[in-house]
Write a protein that binds this ligand. Structure first.
Ligand code: NAP
Length: 249
């Protein structure tokens, strides 16, 4: 288990899915966790309650991302609870289905606003709060590595996040801050309601060499490593957490 005692973490989209698993995992490592959410207050409180039940410390934080002033809103709410952050996990995101000819300008703008622009400005506006020696982990997706035409704008937005990760690793290195991305494959969360169908689920399992659908904990454990001191010599990287999806033909 990492030694995150005394550290403060902010997990965007920590109310549900992968973000909830990350929040629980960082809290189990000793960090105090800001559990960010957009509108699902009940889910955010469930995450906080689960952390506290395990002996950890957490607080919920509401801010709709993808709208003007979103990062300011988020940090203003954060400042009411903590005076600095050590671990920032940009996890909140939305699906963006559509092949190139199916994506409207509004859909494109929304996907980029939540999945690419929001992480950019959450980091920018958080830099004064982020302590030297800190950690930034951006949740990307395996769709940047294997072509996935059914989600064109989503893939492009995640590509932007990965380039941002690389660029900021250079910028923030002198402060001892590492910046990395984690790219999950198909993970069982609310974002994939179609996994409830047994046939679709069985098909999704074949994406991984382990022949199962990924679980949020599979990603959270990788994020926990990147949040810890054990990863101090790793920066600017995109860590695949897809169970070997797309390794062969
Ligand atoms: P999820 O279960 O749908 O949860 C999404 C989380 O993001 C929730 O906490 C939600 O808050 C928050 N969120 C959504 N839109 C938001 C907005 N506009 N402003 C602020 N918060 C917002 O999603 P997930 O599957 O865990 O995905 C988490 C991340 O992993 C995303 O970046 C996604 O692209 C990435 N990813 C997922 C998979 C997968 O297979 N699941 C694969 C690759 C990458 P509320 O609870 O308030 O709605």
């Amino acid at each position: 288990m990492e030694r995150l005692t005394g550290k403060t973490a902010l997990v965007t989209g920590g109310s549900r899915g992968i973000g909830r698993a990350i929040a629980l995992r960082l809290a189990a490592g000793g960090a105090r966790v800001a559990v960010h959410y957009a509108s699902n207050e009940r889910a955010a409180k469930e995450t906080v309650t689960a952390i506290e039940a395990g002996g950890g410390s957490a607080f919920p934080l509401r801010a709709e991302l993808g709208v003007p002033g979103d990062a300011d809103t988020l940090w203003k709410a954060f400042d009411e609870h903590a005076d600095g952050v050590d671990i920032l996990v940009n996890n909140a995101g939305i699906a963006g289905p559509g092949r190139i000819h199916e994506v409207s300008e509004a859909d494109y703008d929304r996907v980029f606003a939540v999945n690419a622009k929001a992480p950019f400005f959450v980091i920018q506006k958080g830099l004064d709060r982020l302590r030297d020696g800190g950690r930034i982990v951006n949740i990307s997706s395996g769709v940047t590595k294997v072509a996935f035409p059914a989600m064109t704008s989503y893939a492009a937005a995640k590509g932007a996040v990965e380039v941002l990760t690389l660029t900021l690793a250079q910028t923030l290195g002198p402060r001892g801050i590492t910046v990395n991305a984690v790219s999950p494959g198909t993970i069982e969360t609310d974002i994939h309601p179609w996994l409830a169908d047994p046939d679709a689920r069985a098909h999704a399992a074949t994406f991984s060499v382990f022949d199962r659908v990924g679980q949020p904990d599979d990603v959270a454990d990788v994020v926990a490593f990147l949040a810890s001191d054990d990863s101090r010599w790793v920066t600017g990287q995109n860590i695949d957490a897809s169970g070997g999806s797309g390794l062969g033909i």
